[in-house]
Write a protein of this length. Structure first.
Lengths: 497, 496
């Protein structure tokens, strides 16, 4: 059953897009306009995304025809439970991160605020566009919008940022080109760019080598953009040197949206029986994912820079999501989708803590953090919750996505990946417990804790409230994960799973 | 078995969680209020658990279902007889340990007391959760929370040695949790359930070849906390923690949680029938027997008092597991009884060690000559505790050891009877010299005087020692340990 043309489907992109044009105009007179306009635009998109998800779950898939043109000639926005879910995740996390961005932008980029928020909103627009669109080429357009905005935002960071952005530009553009080539090959074979249309036309063409190459190109393109091992090399530098507000935004979201593209291609554009089983893409994905999981964790242990450690951790976590896709069963895919949500919350929380540390101490070295829990107790408590969730301690959310992935691996008979997941939990514990030990159990350099209280110097409310909502979310999402799985994710699975 | 739905199990778990939050909020500024939260929570928790004894003895179980964690598994608390034994033990001893902690921490003017009491309350919450878990996943969740809440307590001193001990503790326990998680996930995929059932639920539902693997993984998983050799090493290192931590957590709550988990696996997941049929119990019985004897012998060589007590604990924990592994009626009864009895006895010994340290700063056995003349109550209690562990009547240790020996005979395994008797001899060997030297080997002829540690410390240790004596004469005193244990064994063997 399909829903009528509801405006929320287009407004979710239009509002941030138009607001991003308005920011330079308003910002000419009032420098602070950028923050508030960005916040209201993303807030409006959040409301739209909730309306969309609600409509999808109660009525059915939404098809919005842009300009009234019918598909497959016109561009169509399709919202089904999968991208409705991803949309809500992206909007929700974007909103929380944007709220907390004010203080760090003020400190790190005081004279670039207007330009910052303009490009920031364009990045958000791009990500939302990727999420809601039902057209592969439209997806490429939004992909490029998001990517270019991301390159610019990363480049305005501190020393090392322009080079990191440059590496990202090169690799990211190559990735986008591969994606575009994939789109092109499919267009040549089918004459269509609409996802639903392709899904109907492609099965007849599966024996074709061109289609096979298109699949391969999609894979490589999204792998580069996602930061899947071994194409992840741009990621650590980009996350580390970007301004705090940028890494808080990009780290939880960008790679997840790229993972969404992978999932969409694998299960909607191509049928899973072809894309994951007939061609042994599933096997390739799971082995690459396993490598990503282990390599990411091991390299994270070697880091003393907090953000760099989190970046390698992200490389590892992307491995989890891809592993779930590659296992080609329902439980695995549920685990992946749940991990998109969970990891988004966890990384947003962790990078927000990094932003807080940058605000208060100006540094990123974990060995300078002893005794920080006296200066910033609430922030460090949020860090502890997020760290425990990354390790996978129940009842935080991180445990549950691992549970589904482990179950999926057992159901697929792939016991070695069970071992990989469990081993990586232990490796994650090494570097996160180390951080917790340094902060909470090592005496602070200046006189230690002879007195019961240190100098309390917490971050401003605009940063701590979102941080606490994220930390609370980590716990609540864990406790109520079953409702999310049964209510939303089960509906997002493709037929035949 | 009839099941009553009640909020009490959840209440027992949550009361110390709420207290933990209140402790954190009260902080160092209002120390007496902060301590009051701990004591209040302990008393309320014990009362709640105590009130559950009624329905349990009538043959019913009390249940709280919280939410569905994953499709097919709920976060569920179910109090049955076996869980109640552990619950009564831990909650009862927390009341006494809280009083003791206050005395200990204040006498030594320890740092980070808020963190200490916060973590302690959290750990007890987790312990109640473990005692009352209805299925393996709920148990796993609370098990992990216990690990994490006790880590700051092990590392409390914040010296490099303490931090290293904490790291070792984490490595051992997190790795073992991984084994438990793997087994739980694999069993769930194969059977669709993880609910603890008296007499086990795996029979006929799991592939034959997987049974030994699951048994090994689960026993080693829980065995880390239960300090089975060769994965016991974290326990002696953890003795660097403050003595109340060693007393309640590393002699009662944490290690008993490990033993509790092992017994749940043996009796409620696999079950006596299945284990006897497959003969899976024997290799592990040999392994824990080795632990019993080796730990006892290592204890002989330890000069540090707490380390000696740690190895004695390792010895006693494996005795409990061996009792259950014998799979006979008396063996299981003895095992469960010893779980409770050993708790009271060992905590007495640790309390004494702490009192000695606070008063004299002495940590080594060789320094304890004549101390009985200065601190008669403390060493008197120590003597009672030592006698109880060796199995001397009229202390409670005798009752549980009697049942354990009977259990070995019922299982027709003389070798384990020999193990039990040898272990009793070892107990005498490493405890009695301490008592003798304390009372009879004074440097010079010292008159008896009463120069004890503060009352807040002496009263709890006297209480636990005397209660052990009472339990030895009347095993059902106050908490009805004996009747509840019998109830549990009836259910296990009746259902299996």
């Amino acid at each position: 059953m399909n829903a009528p043309q509801i405006p929320a489907a287009i407004l979710i992109i239009l509002i941030p897009l138009m607001s991003s044009y308005a920011i330079p105009l308003l910002g000419w007179r009032w420098r602070g306009a950028g923050y508030y306009l960005a916040l209201s635009a993303i807030g409006a998109s959040l409301v739209c995304s909730l309306i969309l998800l609600y409509t999808v779950l109660t009525v059915g898939t939404i098809h919005y025809h842009l300009g009234g043109w019918l598909p497959p000639w016109g561009i169509e926005y399709v919202i089904d439970p999968l991208n409705g879910f991803v949309g809500v995740v992206v909007c929700c996390l974007s909103f929380l991160v944007t709220v907390s961005s004010r203080a760090s932008v003020e400190k790190e980029l005081p004279d670039k605020k207007v330009r910052f928020y303009t490009i920031y909103l364009l990045l958000f627009t791009g990500l939302m566009g990727i999420t809601v669109t039902g057209d592969v080429f439209n997806l490429y357009v939004f992909l490029e919008i998001a990517s270019l905005a991301a390159y610019a935002l990363i480049a305005i960071g501190e020393d090392g940022a322009p080079l990191a952005a440059f590496n990202y530009i090169i690799m990211g553009t190559i990735g986008a080109c591969f994606y575009l080539l994939g789109v092109g090959y499919l267009y040549i074979m089918t004459g269509s760019l609409n996802i639903a249309d392709l899904a109907k036309l492609l099965p007849a063409l599966y024996p074709s080598k061109v289609v096979l190459v298109a699949l391969a190109f999609f894979l490589i393109g999204t792998a580069i953009k996602m930061g899947l091992f071994p194409l992840h090399v741009w990621l650590p530098d980009a996350y580390t040197f970007a301004p705090s507000a940028v890494s808080s935004f990009i780290a939880p979201l960008m790679t997840k949206v790229m993972a969404y593209i992978l999932i969409r291609v694998m299960i909607t554009v191509f049928e899973p029986s072809y894309s994951l089983k007939a061609v042994p893409v599933g096997t390739i994905l799971t082995w690459l994912a396993a490598a990503a999981i282990l390599v990411g964790s091991i390299l994270a242990i070697a880091q003393s820079d907090f953000k760099r450690m989190l970046a390698y951790s992200s490389v590892s976590q992307i491995g989890y999501i891809v592993l779930g896709v590659g296992l080609a069963n329902a439980t695995g895919l549920v685990g992946s989708l749940l991990h998109i949500l969970n990891h988004g919350f966890m990384k947003a929380c962790l990078f927000s803590v990094a932003a807080a540390l940058m605000l208060k101490t100006g540094g990123r070295n974990i060995y300078q953090l002893p005794g920080m829990h006296r200066r910033m107790p609430f922030t460090m408590a949020a860090l502890a919750i997020a760290a425990l969730s990354m390790v996978g301690v129940p009842p935080t959310c991180g445990f549950f996505s691992k549970w589904y992935l482990i179950l999926g691996a057992i159901e697929a008979g792939q016991w070695i990946f069970v071992g990989v997941i469990l081993l990586s939990s232990l490796l994650t514990a090494v570097y996160f417990m180390r951080v917790i030990e340094i902060i909470f159990f090592r005496p602070a350099p200046s006189g230690g804790h002879a007195t019961g209280e240190g100098v309390r110097d917490e971050i401003p409310l605009s940063m701590s409230v979102p941080l606490w909502i994220l930390a609370a979310g980590i716990l609540l999402l864990g406790l109520f994960s079953e409702k999310i799985v049964s209510g939303i994710l089960r509906l997002a699975l493709p037929a035949g799973y | 078995m009839e099941t009553i739905s009640s909020i009490k199990p959840l209440g027992a778990v949550l009361v110390s969680l709420i207290a933990a939050m209140l402790i954190l909020l009260t902080g160092d500024r209002h120390r007496n209020l902060r301590e009051a939260w701990t004591l209040l929570a302990a008393v309320i928790k014990f009362s709640l658990v105590f009130s559950l004894a009624g329905p349990i003895l009538e043959g019913r179980s009390v249940e709280t279902t919280l939410l569905t964690l994953v499709p097919g598994l709920k976060l569920q608390l179910r109090v049955d007889a076996f869980g109640l034994v552990f619950g009564l033990l831990a909650s009862g001893l927390w009341v006494l340990t809280s009083i003791y902690s206050v005395g200990y921490m204040r006498s030594l003017q320890e740092h980070a007391q808020t963190r200490y009491f916060f973590c302690f309350a959290l750990a007890l919450s987790a312990t109640m959760g473990i005692a009352f878990s209805a299925n393996l996943l709920t148990l796993y969740i609370f098990y992990e929370i216990l690990t994490l809440s006790t880590w700051p307590l092990v590392a409390h001193k914040e010296t490099p040695e303490a931090l290293a001990a904490g790291r070792k503790y984490l490595v051992y326990t997190l790795t073992s949790s991984t084994l438990i998680l793997f087994s739980a996930a694999a069993i769930f995929v194969q059977t669709g359930t993880l609910d603890f059932t008296p007499g086990g639920f795996l029979a006929g539902r799991v592939a034959e070849g997987m049974l030994p693997l699951f048994f090994a993984l689960l026993l080693f998983g829980f065995g880390v906390k239960a300090a089975i050799m060769p994965i016991h090493e974290w326990l002696p290192s953890a003795m660097i923690a403050p003595t109340p931590v060693s007393a309640l957590l590393h002699a009662v709550a944490v290690v008993k949680a490990g033993v509790f988990g092992c017994l749940r696996v043996i009796l409620y997941v696999f079950g006596p029938a299945l284990l006897t049929q497959k003969g899976l119990w024997f290799p592990f019985a040999l392994l824990v027997s080795f632990t019993i004897l080796a730990a006892g012998m290592i204890a002989l060589g330890q000069d540090n008092l707490k380390r000696r007590l740690a190895f004695s604990t390792i010895n006693s924990l494996s005795i409990i597991i061996l009792g259950a592994l014998l799979l006979s009626k008396s063996g299981i009864t003895g095992g469960i009884l010893h779980l409770a009895n050993h708790g009271y006895l060992k905590i007495t010994l640790f309390f004494c060690a702490g009192a000695i340290y606070v008063k004299t700063r002495k940590e080594l056995v060789s320094q304890l000559n004549g101390i009985g003349r200065r601190m008669p109550f403390t060493m008197g209690a120590f003597a009672l505790g030592a006698m109880g562990l060796a199995g001397v009547p009229p202390l409670n240790g005798f009752i549980s050891k009697w049942y354990l020996c009977l259990g070995a005979l019922e299982a027709h395994e003389i070798i384990f009877l020999v193990v039990f008797l040898l272990s009793a001899l070892l107990d005498v060997a490493f405890f009695f010299p301490i008592v003798y030297n304390a009372f009879f080997k004074a440097a010079k002829e010292e008159p008896f005087r009463c120069d004890e540690a503060p009352l807040t410390m002496v009263i709890p240790l006297t209480a636990t020692a005397l209660f052990s004596l009472v339990l030895g004469v009347y095993p059902d005193a106050l908490m009805k340990f004996f009747s509840i244990t019998n109830q549990a064994v009836r259910a296990i063997l009746g259902g299996g």
